[in-house]
Design a protein around this ligand. Structure first.
Ligand code: GDG
Length: 482
């Protein structure tokens, strides 16, 4: 009995992701500052890693060259249940910007023509995954639950499994998993699958991602599955879809806050009574930003009665600007915006309000509130949280969501106007439909989507995944004692 009690008390949950939920920054005087990340994952998992002895392992977002700084940061982060993995500039360049963002990211988003297959990237990816493994193993107990996140750490589950044979290991992929025909292009496809299969539970956003993964496992690793269960090394691995939710209450509350309301009034004054369409993305070729601009151009020429009556508020958040593809994409976007504004603009109307920067949450909430239409048209997106946040911010239930069928979110938000972003004329028609939709119809769709998102929020997602992992492990233990 004492042993059982001991195991129960000692079992913890360890979250592992490339980045910690806190970013460490150094000011000009050399003092360290700790800035919490606003991401959905940080909020959702906050209720997990802050409890008891649980811990979050990840990179703190700064290159530490000074040992005393490292010790200071480790100590401070440890007090908040975080365990930093210190990465060098070289490691970030080859493992993160290289293999993660120039090999896996384009491949998994079906932009394989952009993928680089460099041995030096792969070698570093393995090395950094091993570095994460050493850190996890140094703090983990044999019965801990370890939840690994995303494409930067695909080798980690199996590396941990080699050291902690009985640990509960979960893996969740936040980006799409491509079809076998695309995945097979990777020279290290087998190693990547083996890495992930060190887990007990493997989660994806959608049923399609899960199906693609299972097909790759069967074609590359020659392992079949029974209703998503793979038998490997006499261990059952469960594969399933867990669509991520948002912190619904946070976005609804922010939309109602006095700061948000006053910002909305300020922005509205300069816009007058025009209709407003909104798009918010990180600068990324997967988001379909140039295509969206071309669509707006076609819309304005096909429906000239809307010239002067509608504008597009386009927020593009700077991202990965060290990577060549992203630099040329930025130039393409700048050019298109200039061309459209030059073609249609007048003294008192700017067709596109373009911002290449990020905004505080209250501004974002004001944008969500003000927008009559949200134009979320990625070429490919694991889930896409912006469309969910737009819906949660619509307290008066007015507004229309146009959503790409290539975003994971389209599987849940079927009440949106679903479009294929490659079919520009279809999207143009969708914009017209959205701008002319009667209010009662808008409210009906919005209410339906809000009900779904309220229920399947981020807390529900965390509970569902960790609950399922417990079940899988329990079943494995029962099988082992049979
Ligand atoms: C991965 C997958 C999947 C954006 N601009 C500002 C700002 N944001 C916030 C949004 C939203 C988030 O960034 C972006 O959402 P994504 O869905 O694109 O998420 P990522 O983390 O980029 O990507 C994606 C997601 O993981 C979750 O699994 O949905 O498919 O690629 O929350 O609000 N936030 C602030 N200012 C901005 O200017 N404060």
């Amino acid at each position: 009995l004492t042993i059982i009690w001991y195991i129960h008390v000692m079992a913890r949950t360890i979250i592992v992701s490339n980045r910690l939920p806190v970013k460490v920054q150094k000011d000009s005087k050399g003092n360290l500052h700790y800035k919490p990340s606003e991401g959905g994952l940080a909020t959702g998992l906050g209720s997990v890693y802050k409890q008891g002895d649980n811990v979050w392992v990840g990179w703190p977002g700064l290159y530490f060259t000074d040992e005393s700084n490292k010790n200071e940061a480790s100590q401070r982060l440890k007090e908040e249940n975080m365990s930093p993995v210190f990465l060098t500039e070289e490691e970030i360049r080859l493992f993160y910007e290289g293999f993660s963002n120039e090999t896996l990211w384009p491949t998994f988003h079906y932009f394989n023509q952009y993928a680089l297959y460099k041995k030096s990237y792969w070698v570093e990816y393995k090395k950094v995954n091993q570095k994460f493994c050493d850190q996890v193993v140094a703090i983990a107990n044999p019965d801990d639950t370890i939840w690994v996140h995303d494409y930067q750490l695909m080798l980690l589950p199996d590396m941990i499994r080699q050291k902690l044979a009985d640990a509960s290991i979960g893996f969740f992929l936040h980006i799409p998993f491509p079809s076998f025909e695309v995945f097979r292009l990777l020279p290290w496809r087998k190693e990547l699958l083996d890495g992930v299969m060190g887990s007990d539970l493997i989660g994806f956003h959608t049923y399609d991602d899960m199906r693609h993964f299972l097909s790759a496992v069967s074609r590359i690793s020659f392992l079949g599955n029974h209703h998503g269960q793979i038998m490997r090394d006499r261990r059952t691995i469960v594969v399933d879809s867990f669509p991520i939710g948002i912190d619904y209450d946070k976005y609804a509350a922010s939309a109602a806050s006095p700061t948000t309301l006053s910002r909305e009034v300020k922005f509205r004054t300069s816009l007058g009574d025009q209709k407003l369409m909104l798009s918010i993305d990180r600068l990324d070729y997967s988001k379909g930003i140039p295509a969206r601009l071309q669509i707006f151009d076609i819309f304005l020429s096909k429906h000239p009665e809307y010239q002067g009556k509608v504008s597009l508020l386009m927020v593009v958040v700077p991202s990965r600007d060290n990577v060549e593809n992203y630099k040329s994409l930025k130039e393409e976007v700048d050019l298109l915006v200039g061309r459209i504004n030059g073609k249609y603009g007048s003294m008192n109307w700017t067709p596109i309000h373009y911002f290449y920067r990020s905004f505080p949450l209250e501004d974002l909430s004001a944008f969500y509130r003000m927008a009559d239409v949200a134009l979320v048209t990625p070429m490919r997106d694991g889930m896409n949280l912006v469309c969910k946040e737009f819906v949660a911010s619509k307290l008066d239930k007015r507004g229309v969501l146009i959503l790409s069928e290539m975003a994971g979110a389209s599987k849940e938000l079927s009440e949106a106007i679903i479009v294929n972003p490659n079919d520009k004329h279809q999207v143009v028609d969708a914009i017209y439909e959205a701008l002319t939709m009667p209010e009662d119809e808008q409210e009906e769709h919005m209410e339906y989507m809000q009900d779904t998102l309220k229920k399947f929020n981020i807390h529900h997602w965390v509970k569902l995944f960790l609950g399922r992992l417990d079940q899988v492990k329990e079943k494995q233990r029962k099988m082992a004692t049979k």
